[in-house]
Write a protein that binds this ligand. Structure first.
Ligand code: C2E
Ligand code: CA
Ligand code: CA
Length: 857
């Protein structure tokens, strides 16, 4: 035994549980499927709980009555003229007219005459549904005489029903022929059940209807056997109702009860009034060999009870007691003659399935449909379906709970909608990732649980590099696609314990709680590598790199989620400033730096309007002749509090804020204007060129060509005198697009230079495809010329490369005479640097031109 348990336990641990978990977390069910499954189960459990509290029973009873009314009645309503009346029975009712004619209560002689008139036609059973414990002379002897007939069944009240108190049967009727009044009422006062039999120490009490059919079928009392859940009459079983059957949840099912089947298609029997009987106005065949029930039908006698429906179209759904007895007699008769008349009920597990099935369908539909009209339609279809199911079931004599699935549907819809709403408020609609608010909550939780784990809480802030360029040049739709792809990549490459969120336009964040700082660093490296693969969109390759800032919780320090996120953001900014596509860990000084930067950005915004920018011009010298070949325009910012600010301090901020667009345009125009001015002043300097730097974002700008063309026209400068300086990193992302743009620039006759050559990650294999005129060797190489032969070899290689590709080579950062000598020896065409001149204000540059001297080489 123990071995078996162990074996099962082992299997669960090894096989089943991991498999279920795998299935749950794996491919077979997507998120939607899981949510539908979960919400449907949750709704079923909720509704079952509500049902157990007995809250649904009134609604179930109400719906049952509705369905009973709809069933079998067709469109003509319940009071269809009686057809196909049950041939086995006739009801003799004491009508209002009878009371007017004979008075009330009927005297004994009159009642005796009625019974005798009927007995003359040889009925099989006469059921006297009237209390007669007190005699009403005259004619009592006649009545007592007629009550002794062996086929007469009398009624008594055991005192439990209708508050009438105990009423015994007429004294002369032997107990074998007496049945009790068998109307148990439901909590809403409606009669839906028939108490058929009650067991007692002396044998039992028989209901009036049971006695009538036993007499009709010729059963003796001894033919009845009462067992646990069944009554047996001969070999016929009468199944007994239990407390939770159908829509009942907690009904008093003591004794042997059945659910009453109301036949709504026809009256239970043909009807005669007392006066019709006494005046012999009836067909003797109605009586002969049949059951006759005698009772009151006059409304004024108040012998009426609430029923699920009524043959009279009175607003109150009631029936006279004798008609209800007619229904009961007929149903019992059908049962014991083997006709389908029993109601059946679902076992509890099937009721559970019936409920869950509807919840599942409702959850799925609501998960799929969008918009209020779809929701309304699907919920009406579902509720209609439940009603239809109920109708079909009742017609097939099954009582299905209806309020239960209806509540289930409403609950499932509500739960799914609530989930959707919650999802929408906590998730970003574009990428499906949690949003900033939700992410803050997740950090909060992680910080809360931090004490229990030794690992720090690590927040990484990730910004897509040059995303603004993509958005501005390729449009927002492409931008959105980039974000979606990036989100997918992030999730793909993340360890399962990590939480990813979209916290800003082009910014994602990551929460790690399971890694040490060093492991997190390794993860960042891996991520950076994995995510820097260019994205392919519409057949086009886009560069995609991330700048990542990391903030790590410190042991023993209180942290707030917002602080951690801000620190990570600051560190990311730092990573951007330091050249992007890298990660930086937050350090204390960064915050002040960030604040300063913010100040700088806000100062920058008005700088252009306030004309705080100006251009300096640094000469470029022909190393062979010593002649002045041109200038490079270098922007300066003269800020009232800061003084002169160098471009390295404000160009990144200008790029970030987008100010670079307007600034770049101004620089280009201003440099051209200056060149044109010098060209006119000094005709012998007509060959003088102006080198102008382009920034990253300008290069990606959609109307760059138009702007440049307009500026050239306006300033009347020939394109071939202007050299645009582009860095390697600007062109290496989407090479084809860059070449395309460069060719357009060339079509304006402009010269193109590749700036800072050797510092970027240019691939030599592309270089020959770029329509470049000039290579500018970065000053870092020139600076080391005197110190190492290696750098000399590099310069030599670059020069050879330049010659091979038909490009001029400009050496930047030339500071010493030795450097000039080496460069000349190596055959370098041009030089630029402090050795010749620092960047000069326009006036100083003018002086230089006026001197008209080849500069000292
Ligand atoms: P860059 O295009 O490589 O510009 C050359 C930089 O080297 C200039 O710094 C210049 O002052 C400096 N330089 C020149 N000769 C020497 C030398 O002998 N030794 C040393 N150590 N440095 C020398 P600057 O003006 O501070 O500009 C820095 C960078 O800012 C530029 O690098 C360029 O990338 C950017 N920049 C400057 N002006 C503009 C502009 O108008 N537009 C754009 N988009 N970027 C600009
Ligand atoms: Ca430059
Ligand atoms: Ca340069």
């Amino acid at each position: 035994m123990k071995a078996t348990i162990n074996r099962i336990g082992h299997r669960l641990r090894r096989g089943v549980v991991p498999q279920v978990l795998h299935w749950w977390g794996g491919a077979p069910l997507n998120t939607g499927g899981k949510i539908v499954l979960l919400t449907s189960l949750l709704s079923s459990v909720l509704v079952t709980g509500v049902k157990l509290l007995n809250v649904l029973e009134p609604a179930e009873l109400f719906l049952f009555d509705q369905v009973v009314r709809w069933s079998e009645t067709g469109s003509e309503g319940p009071s269809r003229p009686s057809q196909n009346l049950d041939p086995r029975m006739t009801i003799v009712g004491i009508t209002e007219a009878d009371i007017r004619q004979y008075g009330w209560p009927l005297t004994d002689d009159l009642l005796a005459e009625v019974i005798q008139t009927l007995q003359a036609q040889d009925p099989k059973v006469v059921g006297l549904d009237l209390y007669r414990s007190t005699l009403r002379p005259p004619g009592s002897t006649d009545l007592i005489e007629s009550l002794t007939a062996p086929n007469l069944i009398a009624i008594m009240n055991v005192g439990s029903t209708q508050g009438q108190g105990e009423v015994p049967a007429p004294p002369t009727v032997e107990p074998e022929r007496v049945g009790f009044n068998d109307f148990p009422t439901d909590s809403d006062g409606v009669i839906r059940r028939n108490l058929v039999f009650v067991r007692s120490s002396e044998g039992g009490y028989y209901s009036f209807a049971l006695r009538v059919i036993m007499a009709y079928q010729g059963y003796a009392s001894t033919d009845l056997r009462a067992e646990e859940n069944h009554l047996f009459l001969g070999d016929r079983a009468i199944r007994v109702l239990s407390t939770r059957d159908g829509g009942y949840q907690n009904v008093d099912s003591s004794g042997y009860q059945i659910l009453l089947r109301y036949r709504t298609d026809q009256m239970p029997a043909r009807h005669l009034s007392i006066s019709q009987v006494l005046s012999h106005q009836f067909d003797p065949d109605w009586i002969n060999g049949n059951i006759v029930l005698i009772g009151t039908t006059a409304a004024s006698l108040k012998d009426r009870f609430y029923t699920p429906f009524s043959f009279n179209q009175d607003e109150e759904l009631t029936m006279p007691g004798v008609v209800i007895h007619g229904q009961m007699v007929r149903q019992l008769l059908d049962i014991v003659t083997g006709q389908p008349a029993h109601y059946r009920f679902l076992p509890p597990w099937a009721e559970g399935l019936w409920l869950w099935g509807w919840c599942l369908v409702a959850s799925s539909l609501v998960w799929i449909v969008k918009g209020p009209s779809g929701l309304l339609l699907s919920s009406s279809v579902l509720l209609g379906g439940v009603g239809m199911g109920g109708w079909l079931a009742v017609n097939g004599l099954v009582w299905l709970p209806l309020a239960e699935p209806a509540t289930g549907i409403v609950t499932a819809i509500t739960v799914v909608l609530a989930y959707k709403l919650l999802y929408r408020t906590t998730h970003d609609s574009l990428t499906g990732l949690p949003n900033r608010e939700a992410f803050m909550g997740t950090i909060q939780q992680a910080l809360y649980h931090r004490q229990s784990t030794e690992k720090p809480v690590i927040v990484a802030f990730m910004g897509i590099d040059r995303f603004k360029v993509i958005n501005e040049s390729l449009g927002h739709q492409v931008g959105d696609e980039v974000l979606q792809l990036m989100a997918q990549r992030l999730v793909q490459h993340m360890p399962p314990e990590a939480r990813v969120a979209r916290v800003g336009g082009d910014e994602f964040a990551l929460l790690l709680t399971h890694l040490s700082s060093s492991a997190a660093g390794e993860l960042m490296d891996r991520l950076q590598y994995a995510l820097s693969e260019p994205l392919t969109l519409h057949g086009q390759k886009l560069p995609s790199t991330l700048s990542i800032g990391v903030a790590i919780s410190q042991p023993g320090l209180e942290h707030k989620p917002a602080d951690l996120l801000r620190d990570a953001h600051t560190a990311m900014y730092r990573a951007k400033v330091l050249g992007k596509s890298r990660f930086e860990v937050f350090a204390a000084g960064m915050l002040t730096e960030a604040v300063n930067r913010l100040q700088l950005e806000s100062d920058l915004i008005n700088a252009l309007d306030d004309q705080e920018f100006l251009l300096y011009y640094q000469p470029i010298i022909n190393l062979k002749t010593g002649e002045l070949a041109g200038f490079e325009a270098l922007v300066r910012w003269h800020q009232k509090d800061r003084g002169f600010v160098l471009p390295s301090a404000f160009i990144p901020a200008a790029e970030e804020t987008g100010l670079i667009m307007a600034l770049g345009q101004w620089i280009f125009r201003e440099a051209c204007r200056q060149l044109h001015h010098w060209h006119t002043l000094f005709p012998h300097y007509r060959h003088l060129t102006m080198s102008i730097n382009l920034s990253n974002r300008q290069f990606g700008q959609a109307d760059l060509i138009n702007q440049i063309e307009a500026a050239l026209q306006e300033t009347q400068v020939d394109g071939h005198c202007v050299r645009l300086e582009i860095t390697e990193s600007m062109v290496m992302g989407d090479v084809d697009a860059a070449i395309d743009l460069m060719l357009k620039l060339k079509s304006l006759d402009l010269k193109l230079a590749i700036d800072d050559f050797g510092t970027g990650y240019s691939s030599l294999s592309y270089l020959h495809r770029f329509p470049m005129d000039t290579l500018k060797v970065d000053k870092s190489f020139v600076g080391r010329l005197e110190k190492s032969n290696e750098d000399r070899a590099i310069i030599n290689t670059i020069l050879t490369l330049g010659q091979k590709l038909g490009m001029d080579v400009v050496a930047e950062g030339v500071e010493t005479a030795t450097q000039v000598a080496i460069l000349r020896q190596e055959g370098c065409d041009y030089g630029q640097g402090y050795f010749f001149a620092k960047p000069l204000p326009a006036a100083s540059a003018l002086e230089l031109l006026q001197q008209h001297q080849p500069l000292e080489c």
